[in-house]
Design a protein around this ligand. Sequence first.
Ligand code: ASP
Length: 440
Amino acid sequence: MKTMHVMIALGLGLKRNWHIFAGLILGVLAGIWLHANPNPTIMAAFTFIGQLFIRLIQMVVIPLVISAIVIGITSIGDSKQLGKLGIKMIFYYAIITVAAVSIGAGLALVMQPGIGAAHYINSDVATDIQAHVASTIEAQKGNLLNIILGFVPKNPLSSVAAGDMVPIIVFAVMFSVALAKVGEINRPFVSFFESVFAATMKITDWIMCFAAPGVFALTAVAVSAFGIDIFMSISKYLGVLAIGFLIQLFVVYPIFLKIFSKVPVTMLYAAIAEAMMVAFGTASSSATLPLTIACCEKRGISHKVTSFVIPLGATLNMDGTALLQVVAVIFLAQAYGVVLTPFLIVQIALLAIIASSTCAGIPGAGLITIALVLNGMGLSPEQLVAGFAFLFTIERITDMMRTLVNVTSDAVVAAAIADNENEINYDLLNNPDEYNDVID
Ligand code: ASP
């Protein structure tokens, strides 16, 4: 029943932006056709359109994130209230991520997708990926402390230039807390960022006119890379992932919202439907961020909560990625006959929580940080390389699914916090007919 309601709500959300949905469906069909009839010219054209869309939207992400954080934190002002909000946000994100890794581990242990998989893991591996994979694993080895060190920018401007989101956010949060502390003198600076925010949201509006062809092209290119044969050989692995993601979306989030707020999940999903579809198409939480913010703000969640919770969530909260990492690692362990003791399973789950939250919201990032989780599993170097390369071959499709989950959970947590803080306009959220279109 609940699932039914959620589907109807998604439909309501889609009505206004059915063109993005149409882009998605047509993209899948075009991808299947392209797989059967490879055409380099069409592929090049689709790749160009898709990349153009991603680049356009990425262009506004950094000014948007920085300005959103500055406005969000300074508008909360009072550092006690800020601390309370911050702790609640981390607590909520933690609950959702722990649920994700538990579901991933439970499903992978019960359904055992990796048993008997070793032969096609080894045979399917494309040798050209192997060199890349070996160097990726090497680069990640024992690197946890370095990764944490990397969160603190030596020079915030070079982080901005390099587009490193986590250090940018660390600096932006500290700077904004300081701005809130210094009082009225912060006005010119905050006004400046209010203008930056308004202008970047306007650009986002324009870019979203290009969302349907962008999502179409990205989906077509992604789907065209897979043959039915690959799907058959990994159907169990993909099935476990899909069931896990569906449980997150249709069981965990509704229960979470019921326990911690009075936000109707159906309405929330209707409100963020466009962001969910763009997340699927782009496989990037960062690129979807402007749209997630626009959907939340224009449909009832206050600016104060959205601008604080969503940018942090888009960078740090990756429950879909954590779920995938746990399933992928258990899959490889089963394939190679590693004995999965309860201790090892807990270790995998904990490392996946850390590895997922250190990964950037860009395509493929979750697969690189998975090297952290694979460490200490007792796999031989050859098995590691083959297993990793196998995961690479089916990366994009799983990335699209997990990114949709990552983005949805950011909005779920933002909505719950907004409810708790009386920062939600239910008259608007509960009336999809009144929604402002994301595209003005
Ligand atoms: N692509 C994901 C995201 O942007 C991160 C990942 O690779 O898992 O949320």
